[in-house]
Design a protein around this ligand. Structure first.
Ligand code: KG4
Ligand code: ZN
Length: 349
């Protein structure tokens, strides 16, 4: 007797919260059929950072071709899709609105459920794409351009944020100093590259710890690095030489990078121990940093904690992670209405 194969649940994911226009088709929340990302990095590079108005306009140009390509590469038609998941916040409102409007339009014409996904829930779902058997509960260190969170993921849609940054996010800490030392945008990957082969202990930077909280704070570290940089510049002012003749660029970058990583790693391991979590994952753009990944892996192993880190392409913004998070929301019965709006600041519920 021939058994009819069970049709997988197909989610079309759409992401446009910052400077990547992305669409993906994911089966059963775990299997990627397509994952298209159109990046705007080259354009924003000229301005040294993301220009919101330009980002919105570029999303408008890219969104439909990117969605089309995602469907084609997955070899599915819109009618085969079970639901459309889209990032509705947090992010740049004008940028978010482009993806959201496209998702609403497609959901309306094809009579498909619409599912709004929190961008950070998406980043955390990248772990489900990386390891098919990874599931809650676990602790997640979220480190992106705007967030530094420690989240206890109790279930696919149940999050307990146990720590957050009180000022700058880890990604911002990378980006701001990268700009100050002349590396430009995007700061994180450029600073990582500049730090290669550098001495991570050439300079020391202060860490901010709170006695009664696992919260992060990176503004003191950033200010200390700026002060250090100014001191170095003053020392060479009369000679007309470059400050890097005193401390090399790679030693400066390596020391600063290590200072950020030391805080992230120590706090993540302490949080896992305090909250009795035996499994740790990482999410967000900064988790693409090789040094952070290696340091976390080593410290987790030493502490007897299982550690998962998504492949690089799932760490930065993409739509496969949005489709995966959307799948679990869909399974839980989420079906947003067309009133769903783009929101610049959105708490992780
Ligand atoms: O998650 P993401 O792609 O976008 C947001 O949701 O914010 O994260 C972007 C952030 C930027 O601050 C970028 O500099 C940082 O992630 N980033 C890195 C690396 N790759 C991206 N930071 C350090 N090292 C990297 N290799
Ligand atoms: Zn992101």
């Amino acid at each position: 007797m021939n058994e009819t194969p069970i049709k997988p649940c197909l989610i079309l994911g759409i992401e446009s919260s910052c400077d990547e226009t992305a669409a993906a088709v994911v089966a059963d929340g775990r299997r990627i059929l397509s994952n298209i990302v159109a990046t705007q990095v080259d354009v924003h590079q000229v301005y040294g950072g993301v220009v919101p108005e330009i980002a919105s306009r570029m999303h408008v140009e890219a969104i439909l071709p990117v969605i089309d390509q995602a469907l084609k590469q997955a070899d599915v038609a819109l009618k085969d899709i079970d639901a459309i998941a889209v990032t509705h916040g947090p992010g740049l409102v004008g940028a978010l609105l482009v993806g959201l409007s496209a998702a609403k339009g497609l959901a309306a014409v094809a009579h498909k459920p619409l599912i709004g996904v929190h961008h950070i829930a998406g980043h955390m779902a990248a772990n489900y794409l990386a390891d098919k058997s990874w599931d809650p509960p676990y602790l997640c260190l979220v480190v992106s351009g705007a967030h530094s969170h420690l989240v206890v993921v109790n279930d696919y849609e149940q999050f307990n944020v146990i720590a957050r940054t009180r000022d700058d996010a880890a990604g911002e800490a990378f980006d701001k100093i990268a700009r100050a030392i002349g590396l430009g945008y995007p700061g994180g990957p450029l600073l990582e590259k500049a730090a290669l082969g550098g001495n991570p202990h050439a300079l020391t930077f202060p860490q901010t710890n709170f006695a009664d909280s696992l919260d992060f704070s990176f503004s003191g570290l950033k200010t200390a690095a700026l002060n250090q940089l100014n001191r170095l510049k003053q020392q060479v002012e009369l000679s007309g030489e470059d400050w890097t003749t005193i401390v090399s660029l790679r030693d400066f970058a390596a020391s600063y990078q290590q200072a950020i990583i030391d805080v992230l790693v120590a706090r993540a391991i302490l949080a896992a121990q305090t909250h009795h979590m035996k499994r740790l994952a990482v999410a967000g753009g900064v988790s693409a940093n090789r040094c952070l990944r290696d340091n976390l892996a080593a410290s987790a192993q030493q502490a007897g904690i299982e550690f998962l880190c998504p492949p690089l392409e799932f760490c930065t913004d993409n739509a496969a992670m949005i489709a995966s998070a959307g799948y679990y929301a869909f399974e839980n019965g989420t079906n947003d209405t067309f009133d769903l709006n783009a929101t610049a600041t959105l708490e992780l519920a």
